[in-house]
Design a protein around this ligand. Structure first.
Ligand code: 13P
Length: 253
């Protein structure tokens, strides 16, 4: 079975004290994970070390950065490198979140370089794709997300792409309370898997976890995660609430 993942993206929220309390609370209440289930916490950069310390090697629970830079080190004031993540035990990073694409003008090539440097340094990229409302309304979302994959991850070898987690996050469903229906999410995630199968092969496509993100909450997680091509969620708002996120973890297949 493919790895099923409940990923929390705290974005730019919480103080250290609030974050530590939340993390401890979730870990104390979360069910025991089986071998194909994982929890990933993408916490703000100043809390990465604290999160690693709290998780303390708990099996199948990982800490993720929300962003990295595309260079290993150097004069890039304010940026975070994969070497830094490695040195403190952070194993994942989000790449290409729509908020980074929109507010920080991160584009295909830059994202491809981030994916490369992450993989070269054994950091798992959680690569985000997803269309804005106008594209959905025009009905061209399949071509839009195809281009996102083609330009930023399809240069990878078969072995490399198998290490990437993909998150489909329709921008119109992020933080809006408006979730894609489970059928809409399933349809486009099936499309993403088909694109991978076409570019690589079926076996590769069947190994890659594809998460859904966009107003995931306890009340809709079961239905979303029960879809065949949805392998868990990348969760914003609801990951800041202990009981909500614990229930989302319980909804993993
Ligand atoms: P919400 O769950 O708040 O809609 O955010 C989704 C998201 O952007 C996760 O990366």
């Amino acid at each position: 079975m493919r790895t099923q993942i409940a990923a929390a993206n705290w974005k730019m929220n919480l103080t250290l004290q609030q974050g530590e309390a939340l993390l401890k609370g979730i870990l104390s209440k979360a069910k025991t994970l089986n071998e194909h289930q994982q929890i990933v916490f993408a916490v703000p950069a100043p809390y990465l070390q604290a999160a690693v310390n709290i998780i303390n090697g708990t099996k199948n629970v990982f800490v993720s950065a929300q962003n990295i830079y595309n260079k290993k080190s150097g004069a890039y004031t304010g940026e975070i490198s994969v070497e830094m993540l490695n040195s403190i035990g952070v194993t994942h990073t989000i790449i290409g979140h729509s908020e980074r694409r929109e507010y920080f003008n991160e584009h295909y090539k830059f994202l491809a370089e981030k994916v490369d440097i992450a993989l070269e340094n054994n950091i798992t990229p959680v690569f985000c794709c997803g269309e804005p409302l106008g594209i959905r309304e025009a009905g061209t979302q399949n071509a839009f997300v195809a281009k996102q994959l083609e330009e930023s991850v399809f240069h990878l070898s078969k072995n490399e792409i198998k290490k990437v987690v993909i998150a489909y996050e329709p921008i119109w469903a992020i933080g809006t309370g408006k979730t894609a229906t489970s059928q809409q999410a399933q349809d486009i995630q099936h499309h993403l898997r088909s694109l991978i199968a076409k570019h690589y092969d079926e076996e590769t496509a069947n190994e890659i976890s594809i998460l859904y993100g966009g107003s995931v909450k306890a009340a809709n997680a079961n239905e979303l995660f029960s879809q065949p091509d949805i392998d868990g969620g990348l969760v914003g708002g609801a990951s800041l609430m202990e009981d909500e996120f614990v229930k989302i973890i319980e909804a993993l297949k």
